[in-house]
Ligand binder design. Structure first.
Ligand code: SF4
Length: 125
């Protein structure tokens, strides 16, 4: 059973952190997917989503209102950084950066580990 994701009503992470990744994740490289025109170069090898290397921070690909209703306009093409960022509580894992981003936008914390931290199945003898 999949968990209900709070992300469609949040978007705080996309409007808090610099979203950087190896430059070859952009479509400037043969295997890349992220539209290069939505990125900026940080170092010779690292790029980031435009809008996330500044204050106030907001990824150029983020649509909607943070804390209300949001979506990523390049969801299928987003970076590994975006794909790997879990929401706090996803699959029973904590992500304090998620909580930090929510707090920065005045959003309440998500509950910790709704499935319990590291549940160990008990096998009856
Ligand atoms: S590319 Fe999409 S998921 Fe990644 S930071 Fe931007 S809006 Fe968020």
């Amino acid at each position: 059973m999949s968990q209900a994701s709070p992300c469609l009503n949040c978007g705080a992470c996309c409007a808090t952190f610099r979203v950087s990744f190896y430059w070859a994740e952009t479509d400037a490289a043969p295997e890349g997917s992220i539209p290069q025109h939505l990125t900026e170069q940080v170092t010779p090898h690292i790029s980031c989503m435009r809008g996330t290397n500044q204050k106030p921070t907001r990824c150029v690909a983020l649509l909607g209102e943070v804390g209300e209703a949001v979506r990523c306009s390049i969801y299928e093409k987003r970076s590994s950084t975006c794909r790997e960022f879990i929401w706090h509580g996803e699959n029973g894992q904590d992500n304090l950066d998620c909580q930090r981003a929510r707090a920065a936008h005045g959003l309440p914390p998500l509950p910790s580990n709704p499935q319990g931290p590291g549940l160990i199945p008990i096998i009856a003898a």
